[in-house]
Design a protein around this ligand. Structure first.
Ligand code: CDP
Ligand code: CDP
Length: 231
């Protein structure tokens, strides 16, 4: 990252966009640069889906899933393990850091994220975490619903094919057995539900900066955001 003058840093930066558009990789790099915290809110929705599956709850039972979201305890802590994780994700006291990335969770997370009470519970937790400022928050509805007052809002775009290729390479590197076609299908499935839901759908905020990253490396996207921050 080249040197620039950064005056008047935005207190809150939001990064929204579809699956595998680079939100968490880029968000963490920006947050580390400025000593901000970075919250990937996808972890919270994944936690609800993961715990629902562990408890063998019916994902289509809105009441049961909403009650789970309102009582679940989700802790995102500094990594205690050098297995490639960025954080420990502790759900109701159990380390489920990798479980929340399973194919089963991928297949069900967008369904639980549609329920208004689930969203309300997660939004409240997210707003509480953002109260102290100096935060990069990542998700689908952060710039539009959770923190509409944010100083800088980024919306990361990329085609489904490019995103699936990125996620496929990432999964293979982690030793996960995957097939490209399944990854693409799963990403398209989530895109469809995330953009089509009635409450807090995935879309750019009116005052967001849209970065189309199809042809951009992580480094180039970070540079673009740093340019925006430098003003
Ligand atoms: O990392 P990836 O982009 O694959 O997904 P994620 O950010 O971990 O989010 C998983 C799912 O949670 C999304 O597909 C959405 O259904 C849901 N989500 C949401 O509805 N709102 C957010 N603010 C974050 C995630
Ligand atoms: O958080 P989100 O699901 O939006 O994406 P991510 O997990 O940060 O990125 C998915 C994968 O794409 C990671 O392996 C990134 O390194 C990679 N990536 C990339 O190669 N080029 C980009 N412009 C953005 C992400």
């Amino acid at each position: 990252m080249c040197d620039r003058e950064f005056q008047n840093l935005p207190d809150i930066i939001t990064i929204d966009g579809p699956a595998a558009s680079g939100k968490s990789t880029i968000g963490n790099l920006i947050a580390n640069k400025f000593g901000y915290i970075c919250l990937d809110t996808g972890i919270m929705y994944r936690a609800v889906a993961c715990q629902a599956l562990r408890e063998s709850l019916d994902i289509s039972d809105e009441l049961l899933i909403s009650q789970l979201a309102e009582r679940i305890s989700i802790d995102i802590l500094p990594s205690s393990n050098n297995d490639g994780r960025q954080f420990d994700v502790i759900i109701d006291g159990v380390d489920l850091t990798w479980d929340i990335r399973s194919n089963e969770v991928n297949q069900n997370v967008s369904e639980v994220s549609v329920y208004p009470r689930v969203r309300n519970a997660m939004t409240e937790l997210q707003r509480n975490i953002a109260k102290k400022g100096k935060i990069v928050m990542i998700g689908r509805d952060i710039g539009t619903v959770v923190l509409p007052q944010a100083d800088l809002k980024i919306y990361l775009e990329a085609s489904a094919e490019v995103r699936a290729q990125r996620r496929y390479v990432e999964d293979l590197a982690r030793g996960k057995k995957v097939c490209f076609g399944d990854v693409l299908e799963s990403i398209k499935h989530r895109d469809e539900i995330d953009t089509g839901r009635a409450v807090a759908p995935l879309k750019p905020a009116d005052d967001s900066v849209i970065v189309d990253s199809d042809q951009m490396t992580v480094y180039e996207v970070v540079e673009r955001i740093l340019d925006l921050i430098a003003g």
